[in-house]
Design a binder for this molecule. Structure first.
Ligand code: C2E
Ligand code: MG
Ligand code: MG
Ligand code: MG
Length: 278
């Protein structure tokens, strides 16, 4: 390439590289500052049991309240946070905040609801993860059975014995484990019988066209059957229309999360939603 196009093109190429690298470094620096200054906020998205109409839980979803660029979605900083390891302190903040809010809502006498928190593979691999989560539960007073950790199928790519041991330690704390984005990983399904998990969360990509695409419907049916026979709980994410809700209900899905019910909301707005629900 360099020979073909001469020195100028090469120069151009390195300039582009540098610009990318500079932006990358800038964002990393800002992200470090954001951790010190606690510039993050959690939004909460309710999870609904459509046969009872009750809110049974919620998922905590992090956003970055950037001083100049406004509220940033996780797609803009979670990948970098994972690359740099900054997901560890960010994730710890998320866990603390979610457990704090969850405990406050329980103490206010609201119906028991689970609090689901996303856990990145990097966090899962940390030596002191179990200790840290235990400490957060003690500090916030949240009953562990209300904390659900969402992990992805990517953990199945790791040393099986180590993963099983760690999951068992977490389960022994009393927390629940769910598999997020289920159906999109490249791992074999054999982990489902080896890992102590409680719930599958069917990925949104199977839901988008479920009412028109028989393949998506077949896949969801198969997952429902499998979850039932393995005695795993099940939830579907990304439910946006009433048609999808009815269709999924007929396929045997009862727990749902999606814009149809509510977008992820700041804590205060979620409190209002809980107040006015049913
Ligand atoms: P996820 O864990 O699969 O979360 C669900 C995502 O789908 C959320 O996007 C949510 O806003 C969105 N969503 C919910 N219902 C619907 C719907 O009906 N339609 C559509 N189109 N989207 C819907 P969000 O908040 O942008 O988060 C994106 C991803 O970022 C999450 O996917 C998760 O992988 C990651 N993430 C978010 N918060 C955290 C966190 O605290 N820690 C870690 N490690 N990752 C996080
Ligand atoms: Mg999730
Ligand atoms: Mg998901
Ligand atoms: Mg995800």
């Amino acid at each position: 390439r360099i020979k073909e196009h001469g020195k100028n093109n090469f120069q151009l190429y390195t300039d582009v590289m540098n610009e990318d690298a500079i932006q990358h470094l800038q964002l990393e620096r800002e992200l470090r500052k954001a951790i010190e200054r606690e510039e993050f906020v959690l939004h909460y998205q309710p999870q609904v049991n459509v046969s009872t109409g009750q809110i049974t839980g919620m998922e905590a979803l992090v956003r970055w309240q950037h001083p100049e660029r406004g509220l940033l979605s996780p797609i803009h900083f979670i990948p970098l946070a994972e690359e740099t390891g900054l997901i560890v302190p960010i994730g710890e903040w998320v866990l603390k905040k979610a457990c704090e809010d969850g405990q406050r809502w329980l103490q206010e006498g609201r119906k028991p609801m689970r609090m689901a928190v996303n856990l990145s593979l990097i966090q899962f691999q940390e030596q002191d993860l179990v200790e840290k989560i235990h400490q957060i539960l003690v500090d916030t007073g949240l009953d562990p059975r209300y904390l659900e950790l969402e992990i992805t199928e990517s953990i199945a790519m790791n040393n099986v014995e180590q993963v099983v041991a760690k999951l068992e330690q977490l389960v022994n704390l009393g927390v629940q484990i769910s598999i997020d984005d289920f159906g999109t990983g490249f791992s074999s399904l054999s982990y489902l019988k080896k890992f102590p998990i409680h719930k599958l969360k069917i990925d949104r990509s199977f839901i988008t066209d479920i009412t028109s695409d028989p393949d998506d419907a077949s896949i969801v049916s198969a997952i429902v059957a499998m979850a039932n026979s393995l005695k795993l709980d099940l939830i579907v994410e990304g439910v946006e229309t009433k048609d999808q809700q009815l269709y999924l209900h007929r396929l045997g899905c009862f727990e749902m999360q999606g814009y149809l019910f509510s977008r992820p909301l700041p804590a205060q707005m979620l409190e209002q939603l809980l107040q006015n629900w049913l």
